[in-house]
Design a protein. Sequence first.
Length: 476
Amino acid sequence: MAEKHQLQRSLGLVSATSIVAGSMIGSGIFIVTTLMARDIGSSGYMLLLWVLTGFLTMTAALTYGELAGMMPTAGGQFVYIQRAFGRLWSFLYGWTVFTVIQTCTIAAVAVAFANYTAVFFPALETKIFEAGSYAISLKQVLALLSILLLTYINTKGVRSGKAVQTTFTAAKLVAIFSLIFLGLYVGLQTDTLAANFADMWHPVKTGTDGSITELAGGALVGALGAAIINPLFSSDAWNNVTFIAGEIRDPKKNIPRSLFLGTAIVTVIYLLANLAYLSLLPLNGSPDGVSVLERGIMFADQDRVGAAAASMIFGNAGVLIMAGLIMVSTFGCNSGLILAGGRLFYAMAKDGMFFRQAGELNRHDVPAKALWVQCLWASLLCFSGTYGTLIKYATFASLLFYMVTILGVFRLRKTEPQADRPYRAFGFPVLPIIYLLVTVGICGALFLYDTVNTAVAVGVVALGVPVYYGFLAKKA
């Protein structure tokens, strides 16, 4: 018997591209450049890491396009991994997306939204619970409420989610481009950019107290490997569009196109934004600096380099302008993340690998129960750790499965050479091999440089193995 409700193909190329770009642009680009400046202290290496991130992101997206054309169904990466490597690996991916990747990212973006809302409403800083070093503030409650609201909107149908996503993505693209062009216009009338490029390949690590450590050899490699986690997080979530393939018109063409267009747009935006920062603010600064210029990019107040840059353009009002922009950006970003994640868990449930009820569609033809389960866990994660910790868990785990999925392209080329491939991966096999080699190096550096957080992420993945064999393998 046919299902009463079915996913509706109501999203075109513009909507799909909006989901790619909108899910990528959240809070990271307005914060992480400060973290990178302290980690490597070099404008040349910093821009190099953003270029490398753009290359890796676009290479992965173009490679995924082949799989998306072959398997244009809901679930995306989960489906690709299962076809290439079987049920265990696809479950491990879905398990990790639910426990860490998608939900940690949703929580981190919601926390960032609440942090910037507190600029307008300082009362949100009020702590409502304390136990030793652990505390809960009204900001975390607001983060939870934002997730609840966006989940509710997305349960009302894909058109409701699409309207929020497209509107907020358009608004933040206009605002970000305005900030970039004004920043470059104002900044290039000074000698700040030239000063930042004067000694651009001199890497140093700067502590929060201003202490300086020279970087060379293995220490430099480790620092670069750790620093790149920041732009990688800022560029993540582009693959979310594959989760909703069942609701995209002509998915064999539109998904590969949206992956390319969305990642290309964001890569350009991120490079220009960093050039604007370097045009407006000195890279180096002092933690004890009184003015924005004295603190520089390296010690921007509360790491808000975007707000510091805006203050150079608009004066004191710049902080409020930037806070408003980031609120729009993070709210729109989470709308796309929430919309897409529910479709993955829906596909898992249909395959017997998630709560059975998550495989049901409501009267609006959306997997409402899957969305609410995702909402519950992401909301709890809002109270589990800091923004920085959440992004480390999510990004390292994402990298692991990006590598697995790209290896799947090689495997399927061998095991299914005659399969229909409306789009074939650009630069195959050279570009995917380069991607794999670079990401293996990044993961190795992270293990050495940030052992605890990476070990936690690997532990979460490994925990999925006994869960699979204990509860799901017998259903295979």
